[in-house]
Design a protein around this ligand. Structure first.
Ligand code: OOG
Ligand code: MG
Length: 255
């Protein structure tokens, strides 16, 4: 059996080389605690290669997402500068194993936040909000995993695109979200699908980072979680997300 450091190397190498791997749970399922330890150790390896932590992503904050992957715990992962893709740019499939794209809302922090906070306190720490697309890419075969697998694999974090920042005074509780591929709407939802209001995802983020002895820092980005199921990506597609009030963002997919 691999120890936690070996498991961190296992998932990190899979991510670094965009290679799919058998599930850890095939042999021994990880506890949630050990899975977060593996994630933290795998991130140390990325930071050692020069990647910078720039925020976090929340996952499985909507019913649609929980149902799609068959895991019903809210989870989180770390984002680095290397994961950011250009809005309006070309995203290369070669960097990924079997990527999917999902519609999200992003927060930009202006003050540190951690621990048990109210929605009001959370919003007081926000500088701006933006539409976002997350590219998730589980490194596991067939995009299948249990809760320990996915947490160890940095909650499938892989890429993300951010739109224009807007005032945090905009009411995020029920914004229409339409995700289109090649001009055809594929997923239609609302920001309300994200824990009833994406702000609750930020509240959960503050609590979850604190339990890892970390905090959200000024300048950090927080992705609130997919509002709808994710769509498999393929070369040649153009992806567009329109979020009511927050505007449109997109990218094209290359080989
Ligand atoms: C796990 C990551 C979930 C979200 O927004 O719910 C996630 C996965 O679906 O691979 O990013
Ligand atoms: Mg996501």
């Amino acid at each position: 059996m691999m120890n936690l450091a070996e498991l961190a190397e296992y998932v990190d190498e899979a991510a670094r080389t965009a290679t799919e791997i058998p599930q850890i749970s095939d042999k021994t399922p990880l506890t949630v605690e050990d899975a977060y330890a593996v994630q933290a150790l795998s991130m140390q390896r990325r930071y050692a290669r020069g990647e910078k932590r720039i925020g976090i992503k929340m996952g499985l904050t909507s019913r649609a997402k929980m149902v799609q992957v068959g895991v019903s715990d809210v989870i989180w992962g770390r984002l680095t500068d290397a994961m950011r893709e250009d809005e309006g740019g070309v995203v290369s499939m070669a960097k990924y194993v079997h990527p999917r794209v999902e519609p999200e809302i992003a927060f930009l922090m202006k003050k540190p936040l951690s621990g048990n906070v109210s929605a009001l306190e959370a919003m007081a720490a926000v500088e701006a909000v933006a539409p976002a697309l997350e590219i998730i890419d589980s490194r596991y075969k067939a995009f299948k995993f249990d809760v320990g697998d996915v947490i160890a694999d940095n909650s499938s974090s892989s890429g993300f695109v951010l739109g224009t920042w807007h005032s945090p005074e905009i009411d995020l509780s029920n914004l229409g979200m339409v995700l289109s591929i090649n001009g055809r709407p594929q997923e239609i939802g609302s920001s309300a699908a994200i824990l009833g209001n994406p702000v609750r995802s930020l509240v959960a983020a503050a609590r979850m980072v604190a339990s890892a002895g970390e905090e959200l820092k000024a300048g950090d980005i927080v992705l609130a979680g997919g509002a709808t199921a994710a769509i498999p990506m393929a070369a040649g597609q153009s992806v567009l997300l329109e979020v009511e009030t927050l505007g449109m963002i997109g990218f094209n997919i290359g080989e």
